[in-house]
Design a protein around this ligand. Structure first.
Ligand code: GRE
Ligand code: ZN
Length: 322
């Protein structure tokens, strides 16, 4: 029998104790989940081994450092990244890291912290969550972060967080008592993060930094499915027909976090190409076993394509040393 493919997963979360104490996180809803979010050692490694996850690229959970007070954001975020660097140093063959960035203060601080994390701590990119103090990341104030990410040649991963309260109130609130996940993984996350993806393409930031590498989880938050229609509708008035779909395909990569559907994956492969898609799980919000069972037993791909999805594409994009 062929050897098990090496499995990299890159949307795998944890919670930092100091941020838990001063600001809190979303999703600390039950003791079993909290135990896993707080663990960066034996329990996590045991569950990786049991399911066949070889390497996790670690990131904070939502909303990470995107809602911290401006006056303490930089100092708190540096602490987060220093502690995460120690975890990676203790298990370099099992863990990599995406930086947290202090986005509620001057964006120069965020760009500098990204550079420090990449050049001094060995991190492979950064993850940003939802709105930063109510503002979408396409806003010009954040462009120094894109500029630095391009210069460092590391990706920025845009992850959801609890949507803007006005959106929740207008679109979802009446269903939340019975279906709380509608505000997060079931739909609210998708609405807001797909909107960010569209805004990033339209903002001009990809024209200013054409080699910037951006990642969306959850199979691109549905955007691959909508590219044709968005592109067509934006071009209909004869203005701004400068290729929405092309820009998306040039600058974005996507992951399978929490979305283990062969039909949806097949469509994404057809639309944006397998080279742009990377396996991820979304541990511990999604447990490892259904992810690796899909990866190892159910994927409808050749052995070579499986290797790309499960490790090769991530190794190349993130320049992993494993
Ligand atoms: C997730 O990453 O999937 C997630 C969070 C926070 C709450 C719920 C959730 O980061 O599914
Ligand atoms: Zn996630």
């Amino acid at each position: 029998m062929a050897a098990k493919p090496y499995i990299v997963a890159l949307e795998e979360h944890y919670h930092d104790p100091q941020i838990v104490a001063v600001a809190g996180f979303e999703g600390r809803v039950n003791p079993e989940l909290v135990k896993r979010l707080d663990d960066l050692g034996d329990l996590r490694l045991k569950e990786m081994d049991a399911a066949g996850v070889d390497y996790q690229v670690l990131s904070l959970g939502a909303p990470a450092t995107q809602r911290l007070p401006a006056d303490s954001a930089l100092q708190l975020t540096r602490g987060v990244n220093d502690r995460l660097a120690d975890v990676v140093k203790a298990h370099p063959k099992r863990f990599g890291a995406l930086a947290a960035l202090p986005t509620t203060t001057d964006a120069k601080h965020a760009a500098d912290e990204l550079e420090r994390c990449v050049t001094k701590l060995g991190f492979v990119g950064a993850m940003l969550h939802g709105l930063s103090a109510g503002v979408f990341f396409d806003d010009k104030r954040f462009w120094p972060v894109f500029e630095r990410a391009q210069a460092l040649d590391v990706p920025l991963y845009f992850h959801p967080a609890k949507p803007h309260q006005h959106v929740i109130d207008a679109y979802l609130k009446d269903y939340l008592p019975k279906h709380p996940a509608l505000a997060n993984a079931a739909w609210g996350f998708t609405i807001e993060t797909a909107t960010l993806g569209i805004r990033l393409v339209l903002s001009g930031v990809l024209d200013a930094y054409p080699r910037v590498k951006l990642i969306l989880g959850h199979l691109g938050e549905g955007l691959p499915f909508f590219l044709w229609r968005i592109n067509m509708a934006l071009s209909r008035d004869g203005k701004h027909a400068e290729g929405f779909a092309e820009k998306f395909k040039r600058n974005f990569w996507i992951t399978t976090s929490g979305f283990f559907s062969n039909n949806a994956l097949d469509f994404c492969i057809k639309e944006i190409g397998l080279d742009r898609i990377m396996f991820s799980i979304d541990y511990p919000f999604v447990p490892n076993p259904p992810g690796t069972k899909w990866a190892l037993e159910e994927l409808n791909l050749s052995a070579a394509d499986k290797e790309k999805l499960l490790n090769g594409n991530a190794r190349r994009l993130l320049k992993l040393k494993v």
